[in-house]
Write a protein that binds this ligand. Structure first.
Ligand code: FAD
Length: 450
């Protein structure tokens, strides 16, 4: 490696950084991975809380996520199907709770027709897009200058159809209100998952789980990298020129030919660059921001909903908890554990409202919402846990980052642009697998290849 300590310094030991480092290592390049936290995995974390193993961050795998499925295979990790037997629940605009099976939601005939029409239109737009370059979509300019909420209003007067279609991309995916991102970003989300119909289909998009938890992916990668991964090492400063980089932490300087910043775009700006990054890079990252979602786990003595023929799945754009699933651990390690766990999500402005309350009030509101889906038995969980991502210094939101209105066309072409020896990668700049672990792997591999 000549005068360098290593060929490449990777900043961040999330899936993106660890994939990049592992591929470089496999190809005989020397690497060091510097991670701010005292653990690897970034937005993936499997943790025991009140005696229950919980997936606090990302967890589900869908059949289109071939980069993730391939890596799971390579690392020898097993998957199992998410529990889904029984009827699902929907709470409509009229406040009524209705059961349904399959993907035909129990809405009025006219609302169902409008939802079908919007689905066909979003699938059509997504099919016209290469998710790696949404700005090249034939209608990119027009779609990027309207909010997704305004676009939905242009398409239909049916409020419940708009609220439901909006739910699957807004609260459920981008985790921002539909008036805070563009229609082009909505189409990107659909296109990155192989089409909007996939987002509507929980059996597809939330198909499988990883035995032991999805954090096993970064844990296995880190095990293969050994002491090349340095924990508790926030990178504060990077000096660079065309010949290489000097990457500074509080107590060390690592000199290398290249650096890969495998951190969310919002955290790139926390590093001081000498010389500063080009203007367009500094501007671009001010237009990207994290969404906000609370991931809630509720564990009960038994999965009581199953006794009532219910899958535990529930949706409603009108509820505090807009999505609900059975998240009982079903892998071998938990065989014999009779407890049942639900996972629920509270997103964007509803999350703001909850976070303004005391812990006790939050819990009460969440349980009341879950009880509107599953009945009074839901009011008394043995364990209750709220994910802390929005308050964590090295993430500061969830699930991921996205552009404000108009910025995907304006800055998108610079998203994955290298600056001299500095490459930028994360799930949040991915095409396929955008904002998902699959995209993190694709971006890590692309950065290593580069
Ligand atoms: P991160 O995981 O954010 O990794 C970046 C790393 O960089 C972190 O470890 C951070 O500590 C470190 N870092 C930051 N700044 C510095 C610095 N200056 N110096 C050193 N280190 C630094 N995806 C799915 O595929 N399926 C799901 O079901 C799913 N559900 C999710 C649920 C939640 C609650 C959340 C939060 C995310 C979910 N996701 C899901 C998204 C998925 O977790 C992320 O897309 C993916 O893990 C991001 O990986 P990454 O490596 O790009 O970024």
């Amino acid at each position: 490696t000549g005068e360098w300590d290593v060929d490449v310094v990777v900043v961040g030991a999330g899936v993106t950084g660890l994939t990049a480092a592992y591929r470089l290592h496999q190809h005989g390049r020397s690497v060091v991975v510097l991670e701010a936290r005292d653990r690897v995995g970034g937005r993936l974390l499997t943790e025991e809380r009140d005696g229950v193993r919980l997936e606090v961050g990302g967890q589900w795998v869908s059949p289109d996520q071939t980069a993730l499925l391939g890596l799971l295979d390579e690392l020898g990790l097993e998957t199992y199907e998410r529990y889904r037997a029984g009827a699902s629940l929907y709470i409509g605009r009229d406040g009524e709770r209705r059961q349904f099976t399959g993907d035909a939601m129990p809405v009025s005939e006219s609302t169902a027709r409008e939802m079908d029409r919007l689905t066909v239109e979003l699938d059509r737009l997504a099919a016209q897009m290469d998710p790696l370059s949404p700005w090249e979509h034939p209608d990119a300019e027009a779609l990027d200058r309207v909010t997704f909420a305004a676009w939905l209003e242009q398409q239909t007067d049916d409020v419940e159809a708009r609220d439901n279609i909006g739910l699957y991309i807004g609260p459920a995916m981008i985790t921002k209100p539909t008036h805070a991102f563009s229609a082009l970003t909505a189409v990107l989300m659909a296109s990155s998952a192989g089409g909007f119909s996939h987002l509507l289909d929980a059996d597809f998009i939330l198909d499988r789980r990883v035995a032991g938890g999805l954090q096993n992916v970064p844990l296995e990668l880190a095990a293969r990298l050994g002491d090349r991964v340095r924990l508790g090492s926030p990178v504060t400063r990077i000096a660079w020129d065309d010949a290489g980089v000097e990457v500074h932490t509080a107590d060390a300087v690592h000199r290398a030919g290249r650096a890969i910043l495998a951190v969310p775009p919002t955290l790139v700006s926390r590093v001081t660059f000498e010389p500063p990054l080009p203007a367009v890079h500094q501007q671009m990252r001010q237009h990207q921001s994290f969404g906000l979602v609370l991931k809630l786990h509720l564990t009960y003595a038994t999965p009581f909903w199953r006794d009532h023929g219910l899958s535990g799945t529930g949706f409603s754009p009108y509820e505090t908890v807009h999505e609900l699933y059975d998240n009982t651990n079903e892998d071998l390690a938990t065989a014999g554990d009779a407890r049942g766990t639900l996972v629920g999500f509270v997103s964007d402005v509803r999350a703001d409202e909850l976070l303004a309350l005391s812990a006790a009030e939050r819990r009460e509101q969440v349980l009341a919402s879950v009880a509107r889906y599953l009945g009074e038995q839901a009011l008394d969980p043995e364990a209750y846990y709220e994910s802390p991502w929005m308050a964590e210094e090295w993430t500061a939101g969830a699930y991921a980052t996205s552009f404000d209105v108009g910025s995907l066309t304006r800055y998108g072409p610079h998203l994955r642009e290298r600056v001299g020896p500095l490459a930028f990668a994360s799930s949040d700049v991915a095409g396929l697998g955008f904002q998902h672990v699959d995209g993190a792997i694709r971006m890590g591999e692309a950065a290593a290849e580069d």
